[in-house]
Design a protein around this ligand. Structure first.
Ligand code: COA
Length: 255
């Protein structure tokens, strides 16, 4: 139960994040595994507090609060209630989106929760994006704003922004061909129907193959906190490089 390995406090985690290169004022999308650290005193909320401390009041933290499944599509539309639908991305995003001051974007499969001064503009419009991770979504907007992706104890397989690259490069295997009438229940309890294109599951990926290249190209830094391996990626540089590859070799990220 996360009790194996070292015991970490908020300051241990904050030190690891600063050594990695995370700074005051940064905007960062965080994919995480709580158990990767060892034992964290105070659990998920301690990790969130460490992240908020390092980026400071002028920084922005985003977490994926994903809810989509392989079964969603035109004949089985997702019903997403922003206040109630649980995410499957782990205990840290769950604790994060439960904070009263956090906001969550209105997307039925790929919502993102955030805290910080840029949050309104980053999350706004997700419900009107035809694709889950495209230009009008927090994934791309964070990259365009000079943001980072932080992987805490997880590998490139958790790097959702690689789906942004797939959407921008318009690879053929990634999107459903027919739109889905998705149901979104907003913060006021109002029910909206939005026609969107959802991801097509079932094509095995090998996202890990970009890991060494990102490091060699200086797009990613690696560090450690307790037993957790940390990766900090400059999001736009990663996108530009991967989109360029996918345009020449569309199945580069597939097994
Ligand atoms: C699936 C995933 C969340 C599992 O990681 P995990 O560390 O096992 O799970 P969580 O981060 O939810 O943390 C909960 C676990 O931490 C451990 N834990 C509990 N309290 C703890 C503490 N105080 N300190 C450290 N670990 C603790 C427990 O093992 C717990 O598991 P349990 O709930 O089954 O008892 C992770 O591997 C992952 O994939 N994360 C990224 C998800 C993502 O962003 N996906 C995007 C896809 S495109």
């Amino acid at each position: 139960m996360g009790k194996k390995g070292p015991t970490l406090s908020k300051s241990d985690i904050a030190r690891g994040l600063r050594e990695l290169g995370l700074n005051k004022g940064d905007g960062v999308l965080v994919h995480s595994s709580l158990s990767s650290f060892g034992y964290v005193v105070g659990g998920a909320n301690t990790v969130i507090d460490a992240l908020l401390e390092v980026v400071g009041e002028e920084g922005t933290i985003l977490v994926p609060t994903l809810t989509g499944t392989e079964h969603h599509g035109p004949t089985n539309p997702p019903v997403f209630d922003v206040k109630r639908t649980p995410c499957w991305t782990g205990r840290i995003p769950t604790a994060f989106m439960e904070r009263p001051e956090a906001r969550r974007s209105l997307h039925p499969t790929h919502s993102v929760a955030g805290l910080g001064p840029e949050i309104e503009s980053l999350l706004e419009g997700h419900a009107d994006s035809l694709a889950p991770c495209g230009l009008a979504t927090p994934y791309y907007k964070l990259a365009a704003a000079g943001g980072h992706i932080l992987l805490i104890g997880v590998g490139q397989g958790s790097n959702t922004t690689l789906h942004t690259a797939e959407e921008l490069a318009e690879v053929s295997y990634h999107m459903q061909k027919e739109p889905t009438d998705c149901i979104i229940i907003d913060y006021d309890g109002t029910r909206h129907t939005k026609q969107m294109f959802l991801h097509q599951w079932g094509t095995p990926r090998q996202f890990e193959r970009i890991d060494k290249e990102l490091l060699d190209r200086g797009i990613m830094e690696m560090g450690q906190a307790g037993n957790s391996v940390l990766r900090l990626i400059r999001s736009m540089e990663m996108l530009e490089w991967v989109v360029d590859i996918l345009r020449k070799e569309p199945r580069y990220l597939c097994e």
